[in-house]
Write a protein that binds this ligand. Structure first.
Ligand SMILES: Nc1ncnc2c1ncn2[C@@H]1O[C@H](COP(=O)(O)OP(=O)(O)O)[C@@H](O)[C@H]1O
Ligand SMILES: [Mg+2]
Length: 227
């Protein structure tokens, strides 16, 4: 059950790397608390930029961002995110800043690994993991920090089709079981079936939003117009 209060609220966001080339233009969107939403758009439409603005890694030229904290971020390539030699050490690494006791750290690590169904891999070296397992460990690292919002930037881009759908189903379960809110960037339409809703980003703004069926229809129409 959701109370429909937004966990992410973006109003009239403007951002550009150069004043002559705006990336986001009056971009607005809302993601309700406890829901799993996806962000679609062609290459270069500004999806990664928007996620970085939401995470506070970039600062907008103007506009408002309200987002529930703490935020977790999952990158396309887990090799850029996992830094420690073993699974358990990596998940614990993200907790260093929180000054927890070692007992608390251990319990957070176990809780997070259990949440992604990888408790038995705690002692496994990172290099011995598959791509899908690495992404689940990256997610576990953010779960261990008790993130309220999970931002995922094309987390399945490097995965094969089966692992891809396992990961999206896993995140859907995490959102529902833990009351998280997630915003997931993708260009793979079969993933849409797992979301509560999706946005289509075009020319720096959200041009369509709604359920999976509606978004697929819109994408099909725009493909037909192109051809
Ligand atoms: N670090 C950067 N410096 C300058 N331009 C950038 C940088 N990162 C992205 N861009 C430009 O911003 C636009 C949006 O990019 P991006 O947000 O990565 O799109 P997407 O993730 O939708 O493919 C593109 O035109 C891209 O070339
Ligand atoms: Mg991108």
């Amino acid at each position: 059950m959701t109370n429909n209060q937004p966990a992410i609220r973006v109003r009239d966001l403007n951002f550009g790397w150069h004043p002559s080339a705006p990336v986001l233009q009056s971009c607005s969107l809302e993601v309700p608390k406890g829901e799993f939403w996806m962000l679609l758009g062609t290459n270069g439409s500004g999806k990664s930029t928007l996620l970085r603005l939401l995470a506070g890694i970039l600062t907008p030229q103007s506009g408002e961002i309200e987002i529930v904290q703490p935020i977790g971020f999952v990158f396309q390539n887990p090799d850029h995110q996992l830094v420690m030699p073993t699974v358990g050490a990596d998940v614990a690494f993200g907790l260093v800043k929180e000054k927890l006791s070692s007992i608390e750290v251990r319990s957070r690590v176990k809780e997070a690994l259990a949440a992604v169904n990888l408790l038995d891999l705690e002692r496994r070296p990172i290099y011995a993991l598959s791509g899908g397992q690495k992404q689940r460990i990256a997610i576990a690292g953010e779960i261990a920090r008790h993130c309220a919002v999970l931002l995922l930037d094309e987390p399945t881009a490097l995965l094969d089709a089966d692992t891809q759908l396992e990961l999206v189903a896993q995140v859907q379960r995490l959102v529902k079981n833990r009351g998280l809110t997630a915003l997931w960037v993708t260009h793979r339409l079969d993933e849409l079936d797992y979301c509560d809703g999706a946005f289509l980003l075009e020319d720096g703004k959200v041009v369509a939003s709604g359920g999976a069926v509606h978004l697929k229809q819109i994408l099909l129409q725009s493909k037909e117009r192109e051809s």
